[in-house]
Design a protein around this ligand. Sequence first.
Ligand code: AMP
Length: 420
Amino acid sequence: MSTFQAPKGTYDLIPPKSAVTLAVREAIAAPLKNSGYGYIETPGFENVELFSRGVGESTDIVSKEMYAFETKGGDKLALRPEGTASVLRAALEANLHKAGNLPVKLWYSGSYYRYERPQKGRYRHFSQVGAEAIGAEDPALDAELIILAHQAYRSLGLRDFRILLNSLGDKECRPVYRDALQSFLRALELDEDTRRRIEINPLRVLDDKRAEVQKQLVGAPMLRDYLCDACKAYHEEVRELLTAAGVGYEDDEKLVRGLDYYTRTTFEFVHDGLGSQSAVGGGGRYDGLSEMIGGPALPSVGWALGVDRTILALEAEGIELELPSTTSVFAVPLGEEARRVLFGLVTELRRAGVAADFSYGAKGLKGAMKSANRSGARYTVVAGERDLAEGVVQLKDMQSGEQSPVPLADAANTIRERLA
Ligand code: AMP
């Protein structure tokens, strides 16, 4: 193994591509910031119990994929595998739900960790931007979140994504369905692992990708037929609000998702250019989660969008984001005096908000101009002893190649005017 190798299932974000990551995070966050969501940041690790109780012992995320460890002090912690449980924990700890202003709407952005089998689009360290609306049961809130995610993807120029929508029922109707499904599944010919899943999380069996399993699932009881009237009406309202907003979706009765805490509305954004790891984001309502982690009843809804996969989706659609060039002006000094003068000019430009860079190290003119080219700067400022003696610097337009002297005293203003 080479010394310079990132751990398996991880990768580094490196310029210039890393600028795309920042832009994607910003694009996902923008509609949230514009809709009453406040920024929250929680630690990268939590007490392991938060996830085992919240996300669920029976999920792959907790049972197989969690980076859990014991500290030297004996604390049992885990790197966060997802954001919702942490955000809810933080909101409860800060008593945000008691301030009399529900729902509490929060957004976040950060790194998440799952010990998964790495492949394209599936990493052990990945990045999400998420949103949670805590403490209100209102179909308009579910619709709002789906609409905002849709708006975020559209603002990036994405088109080849679909929204899958389902309702998982509530604590009244889901248990009845669960019993019916278990009876059906127990009569099938399934392997040991799947049999175990029937007992702890039977809805996940519906999600099984294997054809021989899917074949046997024909005729399985469907949750839709078991939804109570309240859940049906709620779901219908979400659907109507989405349709009224012009946001298309597909009803997907088999959409279960890999976390135990979901109730009622669940949804996933899938992108058709991504192969097997097609889910770019997902979420849903989690009315029972607060109580599961020891809090009061707080019906809530949220989503998390995967930044890594959103970038793969952009690549799949051939979309290049219009990113502002990182450097507008590049300074090339020839000689010691010019070094001091141009360094001063660069500092002045930067203070005025112009993106400027400087040729560092003792480079000759040729090497320095190469750096100027690579920087992508629109203008290069060159100055030597003779220029300074005349009180000018040479301003070179890197697009046209034209070069002309401008008075040093006005250089910053002239450059700003030309850039504008
Ligand atoms: P989940 O919490 O599993 O619903 O994940 C929400 C989103 O996060 C997914 O739709 C993916 O875009 C992203 N995601 C989840 N797990 C991974 C992973 N191992 N690697 C990359 N992205 C992931």
